[in-house]
Write a protein that binds this ligand. Structure first.
Ligand code: ATP
Length: 246
């Protein structure tokens, strides 16, 4: 059997005494979209921090394209082909759209021709960004900022794109358009780890998914079966919160 593009095995991570992930095992095959679903505080962003080298952990293993990512710094991980569009977009508000995109290509800055064609591809995917290429990123709408965050991640020429809650805070129509673009990205051969609270959208785009609750994977299944499983898991979280509140 061929090794998945990304495989995370029995990964645990903590912030000092606070355990945020426990024994998490997930994998993302090449050319696939895998969803990681979970309610607030489940550990989704912690997972992103560990995968991108921002948070170190000694417990468990992370392999990407046949190499261990453990102990590597964020720049090295990006160079290997892992890009992230972070939660809350985090665009550089005082820089224009194009400079934000070019900043995303930082790790590939020596490949000049490549930068040009990646920029052209990004503008083709998100024509609105081209129309606004000289506009300050901080003045874009939420949906446009999300496009920019994704475009910036694509400028790193990733083999794996990690999306941390791309639909957060966006109107349903904007989310639907954004997901059309994500389908295009997936169709171009970039694997996606899609981290979402929005179960409806995530199950449509992904082929397989995991449900993370309190730092643990409580279920995993083909996405067509995931909607009910995730709903049940979320409900249990709500019930235990209600009990704790009494
Ligand atoms: P959300 O969707 O609300 O962002 P999440 O699933 O991304 O939630 P995380 O942000 O990964 O969850 O948080 C997981 C746990 O780790 C939570 O209990 C949170 O309080 C804790 N945590 C996150 N960041 C820190 C930090 N910097 N210091 C201490 N604890 C943290």
């Amino acid at each position: 059997m061929t090794e998945p593009l990304l495989s995370v095995e029995r990964l645990s991570a903590s912030y000092g005494p606070i355990r945020a992930l426990t024994d998490v095992t997930i994998s993302v095959p090449d050319n696939s979209v895998v969803a990681l679903l979970g309610p607030n505080g489940a550990g989704k962003s912690t997972m992103v921090r560990v995968l991108t080298g921002l948070l170190r952990t000694s417990e468990g293993d992370i392999r990407f394209a046949g190499k261990s990512l453990k102990g590597l710094n964020p720049e090295r991980i990006a160079k290997l082909g892992v890009s992230v569009a972070p939660e809350g977009r985090r665009v550089f508000p005082g820089m224009n759209v194009e400079d934000n995109l070019l900043a995303g290509g930082y790790t590939r800055r020596r490949e000049r021709q490549g930068t040009k064609s990646r920029l052209a591809n990004t503008y083709e995917l998100f024509p609105k960004l081209q129309q606004r290429r000289m506009q300050l990123a901080g003045s874009l709408s939420g949906g446009e900022q999300q496009m920019l965050a994704i475009g910036r991640a694509l400028m790193g020429s990733p083999r794996l794109l990690i999306l941390d809650e791309p639909s957060l805070g966006l109107a349903p129509k904007i989310v639907a358009d954004l997901y059309d673009s994500l389908a295009e990205i997936a169709g171009s051969g970039v694997a996606i780890l899609l981290i979402e609270q929005n179960v409806e959208m995530a199950v449509k785009l992904s082929s397989y998914g995991y449900v993370l609750v309190n730092g643990r994977v409580v279920a995993d299944a083909p996405s067509k079966n995931l909607r009910d499983i995730a709903a049940k898991a979320y409900l249990q979280v709500d019930e235990s919160r209600d009990r704790n509140a009494v």
